[in-house]
Design a protein around this ligand. Sequence first.
Ligand SMILES: [Fe+2]
Ligand SMILES: [Fe+2]
Length: 323
Amino acid sequence: MATIDEQPERTLQSRLRFTREMMAGPIYRKYEKAMRKFWDPGEFDYEADARDFQELTPEQQRGIVMITVRFLGGEQEVTDETLPMIYAAHALGKFDWTMFLSSFMMEEARHSQFFAMWHERVVGAVDVDELSEYWIEREKTVDPTGRYQTGEPVYEGLPYFGHQLIDACHAGDLAAVEEGFVRFSTLYNIWVEGVLTMPSYEIVIDTCDIWGKLGTLRHGFKQIVADEGRHITFGTAACRQLIEKRPELEQVVHDAINLYRGNAIGMLEYQRFVPELDLQKYQLQKVRHYKNRCRELNITPDQTLIDDILDPDLDFVIGIEAG
Ligand SMILES: [Fe+2]
Ligand SMILES: [Fe+2]
């Protein structure tokens, strides 16, 4: 490897990264918006939620914590897996992406903080041995029709594709960085944040409304959804740029989604715990979000995926071992 003295001289363009065009662009403006929309979980009042929680039945307590514990883990994982996108933005010389992703990573950390504080102060459980009884392993889910399996896109897919993306950055192979970014961002921003998680936010907010309780949890979710909207539209805007440059990358999007297709087709386990919830509403939401993501990406939606999400014969429950 060349010594530090042998490094090429830096151009002025590589030092002064801001341009008028970048500052007027959609991704830099998302960064500006994130700066304006600051919120702090440390300022929330958790006392009323703690009282509400004590008034819930044991089934209701278990039902809600089965949802929130998945968010507590998921937010930590996505905080830790923001790095490959930042590294790719650096490798591709896209400083507006780096600026935005700095706010993105901080926001995922903030979501982690919110769930940690809520569990500690409301449930009285935050360490792993206190929460393990609420954890459902989705890897075990089997579709009784035998057509689908579900997996762990967050815990298994993101670290795997994140490593691949980092390797491409290290190798300096920019075509592989572009392709790896599309694969990673599809799984992260488009599929996990943009389709799979969206109904879960609604389920929590609807549950709080039905029970007339847990106002701080509801408020926290509302704040998080606003942050997630920027994360999703960053992913679709960034991938769209790359697909416009290299149309063959559209297939990378479909392939990444198909890896975890079963996760959208099954229902979520915790829907069972609130019998008042309208289950079909959340399947329709997944379809609406999927179509919106495809429109933002300017790609063609996979109609067979939409048909399967809405197929009443495919109604296995994620987290439940069939048979
Ligand atoms: Fe988040
Ligand atoms: Fe996010």
